[in-house]
Structures are given as structure tokens and as C-alpha cells.
Write a protein that binds this ligand. Structure first.
Ligand SMILES: *Cc1c(COP(=O)(O)O)cnc(C)c1O
Length: 403
């Protein structure tokens, strides 16, 4: 078993072969879980010789990982064309913060897409600000405005696609090209599509961040994040993570690796069911807007078709002329949808959200929408039967209007 070094292999195959090139690979399918803080050296000379090298795949001390974490890194790197390596972090947010701290320094300016994940915004407004990094939010649909936002000190651009909760698509290749022209690093949060659905480095970004907590774990039982980049940025990320003391547990790495093996199948199924549900929602009089770029005719569907090779089960919708109490009645009366944060697990979830307080420059409700179009729900579609989920939603809608 040589491992995945054939460049022509398709992603489905890479999901199976990735991360299996280690020395254990001929003996077992999955890498053993190396629970180790301490690695032993043969002699003092051996210990001294390894200290300055700081190379991948070398035992040093638990914080630099073991073959279990390295196998996961290798598998994730193998999925991203153009990647030189992957760094793991204890959560998706830690990956975002860790990557930003690895590329930014005091006096720099960071541009943040206004539809970025809320905790990403808080990082810009909180810890980064305290360390002397300024930030500006920009509307990712306004390319001219984005370009005008650059100044001498603009060092990095934080992108996300589709937008958190509101699911807007944006033209990542165009935004990344502008960033590059101005000498800024572009980072993209690619949690929604994963490397299977969107190849961030190929589309011009420098660093791709994925919350492995979501689709990669896939079973709602672990927290982890990853940042994948070409060789040069990878070295920088790795050093940053080492200096911040980031490490993930080998047990969690083994779980993530297990999740990764079936991720392609799960995403395919979730996408199919989510599309069926989006089409059904579109027909309902209780629904004003379905926010799902995979849905033909939806805003951004053309960009999704152009830039993406897959989707997932995460979509949102806005209620027509209902209030928050009605929205809660709908959600509370669902049997198959749990109420909770996170997404990308095998089980369906529903989450009420109001965007208005967390947008700085983008309008919500959107232009052309009614003033009452503000009570929204995000659905994370799991692996249940599509008809059962639709029947559950129909029951929820009925209960909403009975109240
Ligand atoms: C959940 C999420 C994260 C953060 O991941 P955690 O593992 O929960 O810290 C980052 N980005 C997006 C888009 C997410 O949905």
C-alpha cells in the first residue's frame, strides 16, 4: 500500500487512500491512536540531534503530534490541490484565530467579509484589535468597494463562502485576485463545501480553513479545525501554531479521520435531500425566501455552478410575515430536527437566527425584501429520509399557524 501519490486520483478515491502512507500502513487500515506526551530517544545524542530539526513526521514531544495526527494532516492536504501541508487546531475557530495570528502583526489592517462567521468577526474586534491589528468589514458583493478599502497596511483578507447563516455566494477568484494584486494574504473559511466542493487554493486563496467539527467529523462528537496552505504559508502556520501551543488529541484525530472516509457519501446524500427540501420550501406560502445557492434560480447559483463541485445540507429560509413567537412554534414542534448549534452531523438540526445585529455594511433585510422578512431559520440536513424530514417540516408549519 503506497498511499495517495497518484496525482490523477479523484477525490472519492483520495478520501479512502489519503493519510495511509505512514510506516504502520502495511499492517493496519487505520493508524493506531498514539496517546503520547512523551516520545523516548535512544541516547542523549539522539535527543540533541532531533531538537533543532523541527521537521514533519519526526517524533519530538506530544505537542508536535504523533502519527495519528500526521495521518489526518496528510489526508486533508491530499484533498486540496496545490497544498503543501495542513495544521490542526483544537476547534474551527482556533484555526481561524491561529491562521490570522500567524499572518498578521501589530499595525496591520485586516479586511473581513461582512458575511463571515460571527466568532470570526469577534476575533477581529477583540483579540486582534488588542494586539494592534485594525479591521474593516466589507461587502463581498461590491468588488469596487473592496478594492477601495485597501491601504498600505492591509495585510490580510478573511473570506467565507457561502456567507454564514445568510448563504450569499461571492466571487472568490475575483476577490482573491484583488487581494493578491495588493500584496495581501487571502484566507477563506471553506467549512460549508470542504475541499470536495470548493478548491480554495486553486481558486486563488492562500490559506483554506475548515472547521472539521462539521462535515469531516460528521457525527457531532468532536471539535477540531484545520488550515491548509501551499508550502510557504504552511511553514508560517505551523510555526504560529507551535508558538501558540495548539495541539489536538490523537483520539479526536482518529475520529476525524474516520469521519473523513465517509464524508463524500454523506455530503452527496445531504446535498440531494437539502435540494429536495429547498424546492419544497420554495413552494410554501409561509416562506418568503429560501437561502440556498445550490437551488437553481437562487441568487449566486451561477457562481456556485461555476466555482463549486459539490454542496452540503446547510440552508436557510426566511418566514413570510411571521413573528419570532411563530418561528419558535415551528421549530419547537419539529421531531426530527434537533435545536442546536453546529451542523454537518448525521442528524438534522434547526436554528433560529436574526442577522441584523451582526452585519456592519451589508443590509438585512436585503434590498427588495419586505420589512417583515427578518425571521429566519437555518437547517442542517442530516441523513434521515427526505420524505420524513419534509413531513416533519409540514407539521411544524401547521403548528406555527395554529398558535
Ligand atoms: C462552526 C464554524 C466554525 C467554527 O468551528 P468550531 O469548531 O465550532 O470552532 C467556523 N466557521 C464556520 C463557517 C462555522 O460554521
Amino acid at each position: 500500500m503506497a498511499g495517495g501519490d497518484d496525482k490523477n486520483r479523484k477525490p472519492a478515491t483520495r478520501l479512502v487512500t489519503g493519510g495511509r502512507s505512514g510506516s504502520f500502513a502495511k499492517d493496519v487500515v487505520n493508524p493506531p491512536v498514539w496517546r503520547a506526551s512523551t516520545h523516548l530517544y535512544d541516547t542523549c545524542e539522539d535527543l540533541r540531534a532531533r531538537r533543532p530539526r523541527n521537521e514533519d513526521g519526526q517524533f519530538y514531544y506530544g505537542r508536535r503530534g504523533s502519527p495519528t495526527q500526521w495521518a489526518l494532516c496528510e489526508a486533508l492536504t491530499d484533498l486540496e490541490p496545490g497544498a503543501g501541508g495542513t495544521v490542526l487546531y483544537p476547534s474551527g475557530l482556533a484555526a481561524i484565530v491561529g491562521a490570522l495570528m500567524a499572518v498578521l502583526q501589530n499595525g496591520d489592517v485586516l479586511l473581513v467579509a461582512d458575511n463571515a462567521y460571527d466568532p470570526t468577526r469577534n476575533t477581529a474586534m477583540g483579540v486582534l484589535k488588542r494586539f494592534g491589528v485594525e479591521h474593516r468589514f466589507f461587502d463581498p458583493h461590491d468588488l469596487a468597494g473592496f478594492e477601495a478599502a485597501f491601504c498600505e497596511r492591509t495585510r490580510a483578507v478573511m473570506l467565507e463562502v457561502p456567507g454564514s447563516l445568510t448563504m450569499e455566494m461571492c466571487d472568490i477568484p475575483a476577490l482573491a485576485a484583488v487581494a493578491r494584486k495588493h500584496g495581501a494574504v487571502s484566507l477563506v473559511d471553506n467549512t460549508w463545501a470542504t475541499a470536495l466542493g470548493f478548491r480554495g487554493l486553486e481558486k486563488g486563496c492562500d490559506i483554506v480553513i475548515t472547521a472539521l467539527t462539521k462535515h469531516v467529523g460528521g457525527h457531532s462528537d468532536l471539535m477540531m479545525g484545520a488550515a491548509t496552505a501551499g508550502k510557504a504559508w504552511y511553514r508560517r502556520l505551523r510555526l504560529g501554531a507551535q508558538q501558540l501551543g495548539h495541539v489536538v488529541s490523537p483520539d479526536d484525530a482518529a475520529l476525524a479521520l474516520r469521519g473523513l472516509r465517509t464524508m463524500g457519501l454523506r455530503l452527496e446524500r445531504e446535498t440531494q435531500t437539502a435540494l429536495a427540501i429547498a424546492e419544497w420550501l420554495q413552494q410554501r406560502v409561509e416562506v418568503a425566501h429560501v437561502l440556498c445557492p445550490m437551488l437553481p434560480g437562487s441568487p449566486g447559483h451561477d457562481l456556485w455552478q461555476r466555482d463549486f463541485t459539490g454542496g452540503c445540507g446547510l440552508l436557510s429560509f426566511v418566514l413570510a410575515g411571521r413573528d419570532d413567537a411563530a418561528r419558535c412554534r415551528l421549530i419547537d414542534n419539529l421531531d426530527l430536527f434537533g435545536i442546536g448549534y453546529s451542523w454537518g452531523g448525521f442528524e438534522s438540526l434547526a436554528l433560529p437566527f436574526d442577522v441584523e445585529p451582526v452585519r456592519a455594511v451589508m443590509a438585512w433585510p436585503k434590498s427588495g425584501w419586505g420589512v417583515e422578512d427578518r425571521y429566519a431559520i437555518r437547517l442542517s440536513i442530516g441523513l434521515e429520509d427526505a420524505d420524513d424530514l419534509i413531513a416533519d417540516l409540514a407539521r411544524g408549519f401547521a403548528a406555527m399557524d395554529e398558535g
